[in-house]
Design a binder for this molecule. Structure first.
Ligand SMILES: NC(=O)c1ccc[n+]([C@@H]2O[C@H](COP(=O)([O-])OP(=O)(O)OC[C@H]3O[C@@H](n4cnc5c(N)ncnc54)[C@H](OP(=O)(O)O)[C@@H]3O)[C@@H](O)[C@H]2O)c1
Length: 227
């Protein structure tokens, strides 16, 4: 499968490495490849510079958002929440029509330090805002409720016995995303229904940021929904 990952941060890099390992054709999307390649790292969170990441993952390509999205069977939005609409615009609304977009972002406002607040919540969500602006996109929200190492490898924790939440308006799009999640090792995949459920999964992050300093472990924790 040809996969475009919009976003070159820790999430984009982690997803890219895992999907390339699973033999997908992966392109990382960025604003300007030359500027991105010129960065030296790691950044203050320890994420490698993109040039170093690509040197270690030669099967992953880097391209501008629009080029990355061309011909992709699946697009993953792993951009900064406030920049996601701009990134999808740069990817080209027309060519996104009909494409499945897995949205892993969170609407975090970090201007007042830690913990961040959410700039949309309760009566709307970032996922719904993006779906409204790009009505032709088949948007699925998932994976935003945990750190990126766990997203791609749930087996790192509790033998993989914990939960991932999925929602979206298009059943076939959700089925494609569920297939990808299973390939990562997810077994407890909970379909919350339509995209309005993203209000719940994005607001959960307000709890995640309170758990993080207490539970610690570099963010290696998740929820298990016990029935
Ligand atoms: N870190 C985690 O473990 C984690 C867990 C769950 C969810 N999330 C969510 O996943 C997303 C990605 O997180 P991250 O930490 O990997 O990266 P990030 O720093 O939040 O975002 C980096 C990406 O956003 C793009 N970007 C920034 N400003 C932009 C603008 N004005 N226009 C267009 N694009 C812009 C950057 O483009 P360039 O490549 O051009 O610089 C880069 O690719 C976020 O929404 C975050 O909340 C993160």
């Amino acid at each position: 499968v040809q996969i475009a990952i919009l976003g070159t941060g820790s999430v984009g890099q982690t997803l890219a490495a895992r999907l390339a390992d699973l033999d997908h054709q992966v392109t990382l999307g960025t604003r300007d490849p030359a500027t991105t390649l010129a960065r030296t790292g790691p950044d203050r969170y320890g994420t490698p510079a993109v040039a170093d990441f690509l040197a270690a993952q030669p099967q992953v390509r880097l391209a501008a958002f629009g080029d990355a999205a061309t011909g992709a069977d699946l697009i993953i939005n792993a951009t900064h929440g406030e920049a996601s609409a701009a990134a999808l615009r740069a990817a080209g609304a027309d060519q996104l029509t009909g494409t499945v977009v897995l949205d892993v972002t969170n609407p975090l406002d970090t201007t007042n330090g830690y913990p961040p607040t959410l700039w949309v919540k309760d009566t709307d969500s970032l996922a719904e805002q993006l779906q409204r602006e790009f009505p032709g996109v088949r948007l699925v929200k998932a994976l935003n409720t945990m750190n990126c190492a766990l997203m791609v490898d749930p087996g790192q924790l509790a033998g993989g016995d914990h939960s991932v939440l999925v929602c979206g308006d298009d059943p076939d799009a959700k089925a494609l995303v569920v297939e990808v999640l299973r390939s990562f090792g997810w077994r407890d995949i909970i379909d919350l229904g339509d995209l309005t459920a993203a209000r719940g999964t994005e607001m959960y992050v307000a709890l995640w940021v309170r758990l993080f300093p207490v539970v610690g472990g570099a963010g290696q924790f998740n929820i298990k929904v016990v029935r």
